[in-house]
Design a protein around this ligand. Structure first.
Ligand SMILES: Nc1ncnc2c1ncn2[C@@H]1O[C@H](COP(=O)(O)OP(=O)(O)OP(=O)(O)O)[C@@H](O)[C@H]1O
Ligand SMILES: CC(=O)N[C@H]1[C@@H]2OC[C@@H](O2)[C@@H](O)[C@@H]1O[C@H](C)C(=O)O
Length: 374
């Protein structure tokens, strides 16, 4: 097919729960055919190493700085991604020569848009050499160098997906509830507006990890036994992030979980689920129009308490909430698919970001290409 490429997208998100891998056939424009998906969870020990990397990254001043454990974590992370690609190819009966490009996100360990500093661990050249497949990486840096927020980047892909959806309600707003949440509004005239909307699962994860020793609140079961502490919720929802004139992209540490003594386990999980839902609705007030439909992807859609809150709050504004699956999409695969899509766009010299998505002054190309060494 004309201009169609076969791409693999690799995402290791802010939840630090594992590597998501997706296959996509696309022309980098409107044509998108979704393929296989695989999630490979990190074991607890590596998750702890990533947490340490986030700590050690705090002193970094330049994007190539690798203080503390960063260099060794980057090496291990890259090797894990190479092994993930090998496993994915094997499971799907594919060979490396059938893949045109890999889109490699890496792991964000520091994101400070006001300093134009964003660091994603991941060695693109090493991944290209290990997989024998060209790799596009470092897709946020050029946007930020030109005054963009460096995130979110998924909106270009959301827009391509929206073209193929038969939706009764319009305008539509994609919501990704990952560690941090982000929105992509697509207007009736195709206008795209996107930004980070607030904390997603990362507060819940940190809370239940510290107080119950589990990595996440499965299904929202812990939250379902608690009550909302509205004072505590208010301390999050009254942050200037929600009322500032300019939309700002978030670092995982911009919102921190409550201290252990502030609230008990179930009430904390319940309150943070509410905060995740209310943040989305509160941030939606900056959209050009109220959405008619929210299409929800990311792991947060599996937290039933969070989703019930979101349905209720959206319903008060006459909007419906659907999971990605209800819209015919895959809510686990979407970010990895997006990185495959963006890699193809990058190879074709097409812009990845736009004034309406990251606040960059003009449509902006991005990404570096690493070809396998001969
Ligand atoms: N069954 C479940 N029930 C409740 N929550 C879940 C479930 N499965 C996953 N999650 C939540 O989803 C998170 C992972 O979501 P996802 O993979 O979308 O995030 P991410 O891609 O790492 O983050 P980001 O989009 O911010 O980069 C987990 O850390 C957990 O909090
Ligand atoms: C700096 C960084 O890695 N940001 C992530 C994070 O996780 C969710 C939200 O914050 C989003 O803006 C972004 O990731 C998605 C995949 C994006 O760029 O579209």
């Amino acid at each position: 097919m004309d201009g169609m490429k076969t791409a693999i997208g690799l995402m290791s998100g802010t939840s630090m729960d594992g590597i998501d891998i997706a296959l996509l056939h696309t022309d980098g424009g409107r044509r998108v055919e979704r393929g296989a998906f695989l999630g490979i969870p990190y074991e607890n020990a590596f998750r702890q190493r990533l947490k340490q990397a986030l700590e050690d990254a705090r002193v970094a001043r330049f994007r190539d700085d690798r203080p503390g454990c960063l260099l060794s974590v980057e090496d291990e992370l890259t090797r894990r991604h190479a092994e993930a690609v090998e496993k994915f190819l094997q499971l799907n009966g594919l060979s490396a020569s059938e893949i045109d490009v890999i889109g490699f996100h890496g792991q964000t360990v520091l994101h400070r848009p006001e300093q134009r500093l964003t660091i994603q661990l991941g060695d693109g050249q090493c991944l290209a050499d290990l997989t024998r497949i060209p790799v596009v990486f470092d897709m946020r840096a050029n946007d930020m160098a030109h005054g963009g927020q460096g995130a979110p980047l998924v909106p270009a892909y959301h827009a391509a997906l929206a073209e193929g959806l038969q939706l009764p309600e319009w305008p539509v707003c994609f919501v990704n509830i990952g560690g941090i949440s982000n929105l992509t509004f697509i207007g009736t005239d195709g206008e795209i507006v996107a930004y980070d909307s607030g904390p997603g699962n990362s507060l819940i994860d940190q809370w239940v990890d510290a107080n119950a020793g589990v990595p996440y609140d499965q299904g929202g079961l812990i939250a379902s036994e608690g009550q909302i502490d509205h004072d505590l919720a208010g301390t999050y929802l009254s942050q200037p992030f929600f009322t500032d004139k300019r939309r700002r992209s978030l670092d995982r540490n911009d919102f921190l979980p409550p201290a252990g003594h502030q609230v008990e386990l179930a009430d904390g999980a319940r309150t943070l689920a509410y905060v995740a839902a209310a943040s989305i609705i509160q941030s939606s007030k900056h959209l050009p129009e109220p959405p008619g439909l929210y299409v929800v992807c990311g792991g947060g859609r599996l937290n039933e308490v969070l989703m019930a809150d979101l349905r209720e709050l959206a319903g008060e504004r006459d909007a419906r909430v659907a999971t990605a699956e209800e819209a015919g999409l895959d809510g686990d695969a979407m970010e990895a698919e997006a990185w495959a899509y963006l890699a193809v766009r990058s190879m074709k010299g097409l812009p990845l970001t736009f004034p309406g998505t990251t606040g960059v002054p003009s449509p902006m190309k991005g990404g570096l290409v690493a070809s396998p060494s001969t």
